[in-house]
Structure formats: structure tokens, C-alpha cells
Ligand binder design. Structure first.
Ligand SMILES: CC(=O)SCCNC(=O)CCNC(=O)[C@H](O)C(C)(C)COP(=O)(O)OP(=O)(O)OC[C@H]1O[C@@H](n2cnc3c(N)ncnc32)[C@H](O)[C@@H]1OP(=O)(O)O
Length: 199
């Protein structure tokens, strides 16, 4: 699975990992947003090794959690979905708007190869594969952004609301739309009137 090859997602070991992550997400999503201690405890287990200052509104949905690397000070607004069947890597100081989907998994294009089938023991399964997602540091994602597997987004990017990112985005770009296109490069000329507060 992690090597990006076709795999059977009903494998017992994978199923156990997804069940564990599913339970952790359910626990997190049921907690009061004021229960900082309990929320932090669940996130520590769901995203081991995450950076300091993690701030997640919830609800969150992770397939595995353990395959997602989170840098320091990540903020994710409502409805953060990560289908991390392969590594998803998020740098430092990344802000996500609401309704973000990071979607590495792929299924075969032909229905003959994709459809659910039965094991001899009666259980159902199908085949999928995944391609990693890499998000650099200092990025801001507007709401309702989808990032597909195989995409690398460079440092310092802004991805506009509603974008579907299907290809790599170079560092310091503003990219918008479906499919997301770079509309310009961010430079010092973009320093905002609020820059004094950013020091
Ligand atoms: C962390 C959080 O919780 S974030 C909270 C949620 N906030 C958001 O989702 C807001 C996200 N903001 C955006 O999407 C903004 O439009 C930005 C930041 C991408 C761009 O802002 P600006 O640099 O001011 O771009 P500007 O408004 O000048 O637009 C430039 C062009 O891109 C287009 N454009 C801007 N945003 C988008 C978008 N999301 N999708 C498609 N086109 C867009 C504009 O229509 C304009 O097109 P035109 O040149 O044909 O007129």
C-alpha cells in the first residue's frame, strides 16, 4: 500500500488500523471544543509526532492518521478529511479553511478491475492504490479545496476557495479554480497593510 502499488483494502492489518483511526476520529469529533486536554490527547494518538501548536476545529476524518505527517502550528477549520492510504506530508504553519479533502487513493479506471468482489470466505474487497501528497510550509488553503494524490504544493502557496488541485503548484503561487491554475506569484509587493502585526 505505502509503496503505491495496487492493494486489497480489506486486509486484516489495514482494517485494524482504519478501525483504530476511525474510533479516534469519532472520539475527537464528540468532544467539546472547550475540552483542550482531551482533544490534545486524541490528536497525539491519531497523528503521532505532529508538530507543536496543532489546532483543529473538527470534525476530522482520517483513514489511518499514522500516515499523515503534520508540521508545527497547523490549523484546520471545520471538516478536515485526509484519506492517507499513502504518506501525506504537511509542512509548518499551514492553514486550512473549512471542508478540505486530501485524497491520495485511486481506484482502477475500468469497472471490471474496480468493482467490489468477494473473497472465498465470503468477505467483500476491492483494489485501490495511492499516490502521496506533499504540502510545503507557510501555505493557506481557502475553503472547499480538494487536493488529489501525486500532487506537491510548494512552500508559501495560497490555494483559492473551491479549488481542485490536480497538478504540482510551484512555491509562492496563488492558484485557483478547477483544475487549479497558478494566477500569479506572491512577492514582497503583496505585503499587506497588516504586515506590522506579523512581526
Ligand atoms: C484558514 C481558514 O479558515 S480560511 C477561511 C476561508 N476563507 C476562504 O476560503 C477565502 C479564500 N480566498 C480566496 O479564495 C481568494 O480569492 C484568494 C486568496 C485566492 C485570492 O485573493 P486575491 O489575491 O485578492 O485575488 P482577486 O480577488 O484579486 O482575484 C484574482 C482573480 O482570480 C479569481 N479568483 C479569486 N479567487 C478565486 C477562487 N477561489 N476560485 C476561482 N477564481 C478565483 C478572481 O475572480 C479574479 O479573476 P479576474 O482576474 O478574472 O477578475
Amino acid at each position: 500500500m505505502l509503496a503505491g502499488k495496487l492493494y486489497d483494502s480489506s486486509d486484516a492489518e489495514l482494517l485494524a488500523l482504519r478501525k483504530k483511526a476511525g474510533d479516534l476520529c469519532t472520539r475527537f469529533n464528540a468532544l467539546s471544543r472547550n475540552d483542550d486536554e482531551a482533544r490534545a490527547e486524541v490528536l497525539d494518538e491519531l497523528l503521532p509526532g505532529h508538530g507543536e501548536g496543532l489546532d483543529v476545529m473538527g470534525p476530522v476524518f482520517f483513514d489511518y492518521g499514522i500516515h499523515t505527517t503534520v508540521g508545527a502550528r497547523m490549523f484546520a477549520n471545520f471538516n478536515f478529511t485526509v484519506l492517507d492510504c499513502v504518506p501525506v506530508t504537511i509542512g509548518d504553519d499551514v492553514m486550512f479553511g473549512p471542508n478540505i479533502s486530501l485524497l491520495p487513493p485511486m481506484h482502477p479506471l475500468r469497472w471490471q478491475d474496480r468493482n467490489v468482489r468477494r473473497h472465498p470466505d465470503g468477505g467483500f474487497y476491492n483494489y485501490e492504490y495511492g499516490e502521496p501528497i506533499v504540502i510545503g510550509s507557510n501555505c493557506w488553503f481557502g475553503g472547499d479545496v480538494t487536493v488529489l494524490g501525486g500532487v506537491t504544493i510548494g512552500d508559501g502557496c495560497v490555494i483559492g476557495a473551491g479549488s481542485v488541485v490536480t497538478k504540482d503548484i510551484p512555491a509562492n503561487s496563488v492558484a485557483v479554480g478547477n483544475p487549479a491554475r497558478v494566477i500569479r506569484t506572491i512577492t514582497d509587493a503583496d505585503a499587506s497593510v497588516y504586515q506590522d502585526y506579523a512581526r
